[in-house]
Design a binder for this molecule. Structure first.
Ligand SMILES: [Ca+2]
Ligand SMILES: [Ca+2]
Length: 512
């Protein structure tokens, strides 16, 4: 199929979305009229009393005022760790839509978070790592991108009360720990290394430093409670540290610290390993010797601590949703739950890590509920973290100052067929610190590029090595293929996306 021209593609999407929005508004008007005529309250759309039931049960209609937005972002959580979140499943997934193919396109904290902040791929927002040496971190963002031009400033201009809570961009606060970046009405963020301390963190609360006793997960929920306790409409970005590794002045870096209440047995899978690495590029084979049983036991312990840390976040999210219900705002709030990147726990003999082109690392949980969102649905279209940005501005009617590389997830769920041949670009600043093995410095700080289509994954390293997987036959990526024709087709798709901007990032790419 030939690529659809950008203009008609855009028009089609906008039309579908507007038509659905109009339908939702109409439903709301009918409900309001019925309630005034009958003198009874009508809660939500309810079951259809006459005519044909809708094909898809949608979340509550949007009220006449703008809906609230709550983005809950966890750190380093894998998609398969959702099994440890019963409340998120019941209160968000069962009441909304789960995106089964959601990707962090630069699966490392700072580039991924900046993608949500800006709605752009890393090559457009220019944050390529967590630290200045990697061309990344908060101060790289303020110097080389525009800190006045983010989802915070756009939503604030649109009349939203904006709050950022918890983990922000890496290295933020290393300079002035009292700084409050533009765009945020309330600011509750642990600066510098405090971001990684699970207990008794120092927080910057609206420009004042305060030590907050207790666990980081609990503190994040408390500051989230403060942020949502406001006149509507609000936009709250609530970032949990869990289940990321921990840091403390006494112990340095170590495995995550769950809350005491969650330190109990949980069912975590045995650590995988890859006995035959002969299909992998040589520099990876050398770096990743087959994991021995003792090492695998340590990784399983890490996996358990992450699962316990995730459970704590789950309990806190239930608390937050309870607060929204009590204030009467739950039905009028778009809630998005996501992780900034996935995490390897033994796959391909990687002991632990991110910034890698494998499914466990690029794949992230992404779930959404709220006005107009299909209830209890699963969507398998390929979507990205920067689609979250386009979704929020779409729902709010806010104007993004930057060209958006993503698409609104509301458009995706309204018309998935329009996105059936969408592909996703992977880009990365390093692979487990292996830039030396890769042999040379990449001027744009991208040490691998990749293309993820529905069925295939193709990775190209700057040293010329590549990997190619058929995900239908080999979902665990154990056997990289030598298929020159397929590799050529994937490379051509990759060439179309690797420097894309705006709508060009979302044109169909078909590889057979
Ligand atoms: Ca992360
Ligand atoms: Ca293999």
């Amino acid at each position: 199929m030939a690529p659809i021209a950008a203009t008609s593609f855009t028009l089609h999407r906008v039309t579908a979305h507007r038509a659905r929005a109009a339908q939702v508004v109409l439903l709301a008007l009918v409900a309001a009229l019925a309630s005034s005529l009958l003198g009874v309250g009508v809660a939500g759309p309810g079951p259809a009393t006459a005519g044909e039931p809708p094909a898809v049960a949608l979340g509550p209609p949007a009220s006449t005022s703008r809906p609230n937005v709550l983005l809950i972002l966890v750190d380093d959580m894998r998609e398969d760790q959702l099994v440890h979140m019963p409340h998120v499943q019941e209160l968000i997934a069962d009441q909304g839509t789960t995106f089964d193919n959601a990707f962090s396109t630069f699966p490392l904290c700072c580039p991924a978070r900046t993608s949500i902040l800006t709605g752009q791929y890393a090559h457009n927002h220019r944050v390529m790592g967590n630290d200045a040496e990697q061309h990344g971190g908060y101060y790289w963002f303020t110097r080389h991108s525009d800190p006045q031009d983010t989802i915070g400033t756009w939503m604030r201009k649109r009349g939203y009360r904006t709050s950022l809570v918890g983990k922000f961009l890496n290295r933020y606060g290393d300079g002035d720990p009292r700084e409050v970046p533009p765009g945020w009405d309330t600011w509750s963020v642990p600066p510098g290394q405090q971001a990684y301390d699970y207990t008794d963190q120092v927080w910057n609360v609206d420009g004042t430093l305060r030590r907050v006793p207790g666990h980081s997960t609990q503190a994040t929920e408390k500051f989230t409670a403060r942020a949502i306790d406001t006149a509507k409409p609000f936009f709250v970005w609530s970032g949990y540290l869990a289940p990321h590794d921990a840091w403390s002045p006494e112990r340095g870096w170590h495995q995550p610290e769950p809350m005491r209440a969650d330190r109990r047995a949980l069912d975590v899978p045995p650590t995988p390993h890859e006995p035959d690495m002969s299909d992998k590029p040589r520099f990876l084979r050398q770096r990743l010797p087959v994991l021995q049983p003792g090492r695998r036991a340590t990784i399983r312990r890490h996996s358990l601590l992450m699962a316990q840390a995730v459970r704590g976040v789950d309990r806190m999210i239930a608390r937050t949703i309870g607060r929204l219900e009590a204030s009467g705002e739950l039905d009028d709030t778009l809630i998005i739950f996501a992780s900034d990147n996935g995490f390897a726990l033994g796959e391909h003999n990687i002991p632990s890590g991110k910034d890698l082109p494998y499914e466990e690392v690029t794949g992230v949980p992404l779930i959404m509920r709220g006005p107009g969102v299909p209830i209890g649905a699963h969507e398998d279209t390929l979507v990205t973290l920067h689609d979250i940005t386009a979704t929020i501005t779409d729902l709010a009617g806010a104007r993004a100052g930057r060209r958006q590389d993503g698409v609104s997830l509301l458009d995706v769920v309204a018309d998935p067929a329009a996105y059936a041949d969408r592909a996703v670009l992977y880009e990365s600043g390093g692979i487990m610190g292996s830039t030396r093995e890769l042999g040379r410095t990449s001027p744009d700080r991208r040490f691998f590029l990749g293309l993820r289509t529905r069925d295939h994954s193709y990775i190209q390293y700057v040293n010329g090595a590549s990997e190619l997987y058929d995900l239908r036959a080999d979902p665990r990526q154990l056997d990289s293929l030598r298929d020159p024709a397929l590799a050529k087709a994937m490379r051509s798709g990759l060439d179309r996306l690797k420097n894309c901007r705006g709508a060009a990032c979302n044109r169909p790419i078909r590889v057979d």
